[in-house]
Design a protein around this ligand. Structure first.
Ligand SMILES: Cc1cc2nc3c(=O)[nH]c(=O)nc-3n(C[C@H](O)[C@H](O)[C@H](O)COP(=O)(O)OP(=O)(O)OC[C@H]3O[C@@H](n4cnc5c(N)ncnc54)[C@H](O)[C@@H]3O)c2cc1C
Length: 458
């Protein structure tokens, strides 16, 4: 089917006003944040469907399945692994119009919302009713609920409240053939649990059209503190000990940044909850940090950190999303940001092995960090051979070695940003024989292979 014929047919299916083939719409929806920084073969979509309801999604997928047209679900377009980047010309399905709050039950601590709702808007709506929506990533001002569930993102408060997927109670999903399925919006349901099948599935198995989410009480007190440790090891051992004694800080943001001008490694630590409990947690946290040579820093340091935590999201909104595609700022990104989860007891060994690798590859590391819990270990490695292109073979070699070693040590190659295009080629190694199972699931739900083809190694 030609692009024109496709647009006319789609307009008949979902309504004229809901389909665009206007060049700015096509270009704006061809890439996400991954495409901005990396050399990717991006395909211009044939059409963008601006869905307003589950029925629009249903009709679009039914049509696409019948005609074998690829569909890329699109939320905020802020993903950094390329999940929403188009690599074959097809339909981009924008879910931003499904942004209603269907229910906000502050008493029962539950919200039911459309996937297109921006996280910031949900946080504000929940707070106005006296409840906390606890998924709080850097990208809170720009990322959608659906995109965050689809990549299973991580935010600042994950230490206490969990990653995005852990806050999902139930989902309504449109399957690739247009069938609508719904899982129960309660903490535990009968049977094997189908909600997790769609969490982290990056739009390859279906489209999330409604999410039931767990809210939390607004904390009576939030105590934030900053500590400076002489090195990464000392701070890591402090977070590990907090775990061992049963402390669950809401905020663990720990980083050693060799090029930042800061000495040692800084831990931003936060506790949420009833005032008496927070006072006790705070005191235990301080005692543990000091026992591991952590020095308490002035309060204004952590206050500034907390107030500025969404700055990169607001910048992205100003410099990218608010501008027409041709005027969007494109900075070359000659680094790789890796987010590896490992058994906590192996993190320091892995850290040491990475140090050997970067020395061998002569690749400078700009950050060694933990986010949320001791198992979540991140690093930013710079390109050892920047040559004007976005990424050299030398950077790929050092990053691949780090990911392989993480897998060999029983870890996972990505805990935060999803697999998308960036890591699709490594899924076979990550999952081992379970990759066949994932392919079987994909084949069963999406026999025509229309849902976000080429992502997650599928
Ligand atoms: C400045 C900046 C800071 C960031 N900080 C963080 C951070 O702190 N933590 C973090 O986790 N991530 C972060 N990210 C990455 C990004 O914001 C997250 O991955 C976010 O969750 C993506 O949401 P989105 O709505 O933009 O999804 P999109 O980019 O639109 O899509 C992401 C994936 O989900 C699929 N998808 C989207 N909506 C649906 C749906 N309704 N149903 C099924 N599939 C769907 C897409 O096809 C794609 O595969 C950051 C990105 C930027 C640019």
């Amino acid at each position: 089917m030609t692009g024109n014929a496709l647009v006319i047919k789609l307009q008949e299916v979902v309504g004229r006003g809901h389909v665009s083939a206007e060049v700015n719409d096509l270009l704006a929806h061809a890439v996400d944040a991954y495409g901005r920084w990396r050399a990717v073969q991006v395909a211009t979509p044939l059409a963008v469907v601006f869905a307003r309801s589950t029925e629009d999604v249903q009709k679009t997928l039914e049509f696409a399945s019948q005609n074998g047209v690829p569909v890329v679900p699109y939320g905020g377009g802020t993903g950094v692994s390329g999940g929403a980047t188009s690599i074959t010309p097809g339909i981009v399905l924008s879910l931003r119009g499904l942004d209603r709050v269907h229910e906000l039950d502050a008493e029962g601590l539950r919200a039911q919302v459309g996937p297109g709702m921006i996280l910031e808007d949900l946080a504000t709506a929940a707070e106005a009713k006296g409840a906390l929506f606890a998924h709080d990533p850097w990208s809170r001002p720009i990322a959608s609920v659906g995109g965050s569930i689809a990549i299973n993102g991580v935010g600042y408060l994950a230490g206490k409240y969990g990653v995005m997927g852990e806050q999902v109670l139930g989902l309504e999903v449109v399957l690739p053939d247009g069938r609508v399925v719904e899982t129960r919006g309660v903490p535990k349901a009968a049977g094997p649990g189908l909600t997790p099948l769609f969490i982290g599935s990056e739009g390859t198995l279906g489209v999330i059209t409604r999410a039931t989410l767990q809210l939390f009480p607004l904390p009576e007190r939030r105590a934030l503190a900053a500590y400076r440790f002489p090195n990464f090891e000392d701070g890591f051992l402090a977070t590990l000990e907090m775990r061992r004694v049963g402390l669950a800080p809401a905020l663990v943001d720990f980083a050693e940044e060799p090029f930042s001008g800061e000495d040692g490694a800084i831990l931003y630590l936060g506790f949420d909850g009833p005032a008496e409990e927070v006072a006790a947690d705070e005191a235990i946290g301080r005692r543990i940090c000091q026992a591991h040579r952590g020095a308490l820093l002035p309060q204004k340091k952590v206050d500034h950190f907390w107030a500025a935590r969404h700055e990169s999201g607001w910048n992205y909104k100003r410099e990218v999303l608010a501008r027409p595609p041709a005027r969007r700022r494109r900075r070359p990104w000659r680094m790789d940001y890796l987010h590896i989860a490992l058994p906590a007891s192996r993190v320091l060994e892995y850290h040491r092995l990475c140090k050997e690798m970067v020395q061998r590859h002569e690749a400078p590391v700009h950050e060694w960090s933990l986010w949320g819990r001791p198992e979540y270990f991140s690093l930013i490695v710079a390109d050892p051979a920047p040559d004007g292109v976005a990424r050299s073979a030398a950077l790929t070699a050092v990053a691949d070695e780090m990911l392989r070693v993480a897998n060999d040590m029983g870890g996972t190659m990505e805990y935060c940003h999803g697999v998308g295009l960036k890591l699709g080629s490594q899924m076979e190694r990550e999952l081992g024989p379970a990759m066949t199972l994932l392919r079987d699931v994909k084949k069963t739900l999406d026999p025509k292979g229309i849902m976000n083809p080429g992502k997650m190694g599928l």
